[in-house]
Design a protein around this ligand. Structure first.
Ligand code: PLP
Length: 391
């Protein structure tokens, strides 16, 4: 037998293990100051009370024969899909519950969605980028073209310079860059996709961090997007579900390619290969979309955004070019003095006891840049900012 040889084309990723090793080595040299970790994008606040109360109640239901539930619908319980529709309605987007698919997080759906597309489709990916888009298409053997983000385009590449492609990945607010596309910019991408018969896979995992009202929080706020875009959302960063696992993906019924409904293809794919998210977790997710749930999780998002602002202000003081930090939990800055991203990592660790993430870990377009994550406590963000200012 042969294994999938495409796996040999994957770049090994040692990013987070390299970071951990350098932090360990630094710590072993015996400094007295606490190392502030602004590297990994994992939440630090616990689940909101409204979520854990709903999960406890659901767990109690599971312990009684009368209310116990076995397999649920593969695409998610109607109560949660309807709650997601209600959330979209508050953004001015009308969806039907059968256009929403509940997942165990955005990563799985982002990685699995290409299953419904032919292997010879071309893929366009922005660089730097969340690595899952790249690796899942490398595994499938699809040809990938990159469109580079840089200071001149504010790390928001536009289609004017892009070759034609069948599948386009966009992420806004971006990871690692924190940059957010405006409605006008997204409209250019929607136009590109409609004219070229392409499909946009829109990663909206950080949409709740968008606080400026003129910026879009869903690609479906752009006319025509329901005919060319699939949207991936996650409760991981917006409601602290990184360890609890729940997300949702929207595949509009209006979206067809080659005479086939992508909604039907995805439903077929999911009902074949996925058996749904745990009932208890879906009840917790439903609670996020209640008035109380939105208030409690909003306070968490605001907490992280406050951290991001403090870090961004310190970079501003140092005169370092940066993006993100306003509508995003990430702050993305240009490394000073011509340092490459690993040199800046070492410099910050040695001189400020701060660990971030070197931009090179997100693709060659990230070289020379650095990501700070605001997923930490307020005190750590303030301390980190003070240390940066003193450098
Ligand atoms: N998309 C982006 C841009 C992310 O940064 C992440 C997680 O870091 C995900 C998707 C995955 O989210 P989930 O935890 O829902 O799988």
């Amino acid at each position: 037998m042969n294994v999938n040889r495409n796996y040999a084309a994957l770049h090994e990723s040692y990013l987070f293990s390299d970071i951990a090793a350098r932090i360990r080595a630094h710590a072993s040299r015996g400094g007295t100051r606490r190392i502030i970790r602004l590297g990994i994008g994992d939440v630090t606040l616990p689940l909101a009370p409204v979520v854990t109360e709903a999960m406890s109640a659901a767990a109690a239901e599971m312990s009684c024969a009368g209310t116990f539930r076995g397999y649920g619908e593969e695409q998610g319980y109607a109560f949660l899909r309807e709650a997601v529709c209600g959330y979209y309605a508050s953004k001015g987007v009308n969806l039907d519950a059968d256009e929403v698919f509940i997942s165990d997080g955005a990563k799985s759906d982002l990685g699995n969605m290409p299953d419904i597309f032919a292997l010879d489709n071309t893929v366009l990916i922005t660089d730097p980028v969340y690595p899952v888009y790249v690796d899942s298409n490398v595994m499938a053997g699809r040809p990938i073209t990159y469109i580079t983000g840089d200071i001149s385009n504010g790390f928001l590449p536009l289609p004017s310079r892009a070759p034609r492609a069948d599948i386009v990945y966009l992420c806004s607010p971006g990871n690692p860059t924190g940059a957010v596309y405006t409605k006008e910019q997204l409209a250019l991408w929607v136009d590109y996709a409609l004219r070229g018969d392409a499909v946009i896979l829109f990663d909206s995992a950080y949409e709740r961090f968008v606080r400026q009202a003129h910026l879009p929080t869903s690609i479906y706020q752009i006319p025509g997007a329901d005919k060319c875009a699939i949207e991936f959302c996650s409760l991981s960063k917006t409601a602290g579900f990184t360890g609890t696992r729940c997300g949702y993906t929207v595949v509009p019924r209006a979206l067809t390619r080659g005479g086939a409904s992508l909604n039907k293809l995805w439903l077929r794919r999911q009902t074949t290969k996925f058996n749904g998210v745990a009932y208890v977790v879906q009840r917790g997710a439903q609670a996020v979309f209640t008035r109380e749930g939105l208030e409690q999780t909003d306070a968490q998002v605001a907490y992280y955004l406050q951290n991001a602002r403090v870090i961004a202000e310190a970079l501003e003081k140092k005169g370092l070019w940066h993006t993100g930090g306003v509508n995003s939990p990430y702050v993305w800055c240009a490394c000073p003095d011509g340092m490459n991203s690993w040199e800046y990592f070492d410099y910050l660790l040695e001189n400020a006891d701060i660990a971030g993430t070197p931009g090179a870990g997100f693709g060659s377009g990230g070289e020379g840049f650095f990501r700070f994550s605001a997923f930490c406590d307020n005190e750590s963000a303030r301390d980190a900012a003070d240390r940066i200012k003193k450098l």
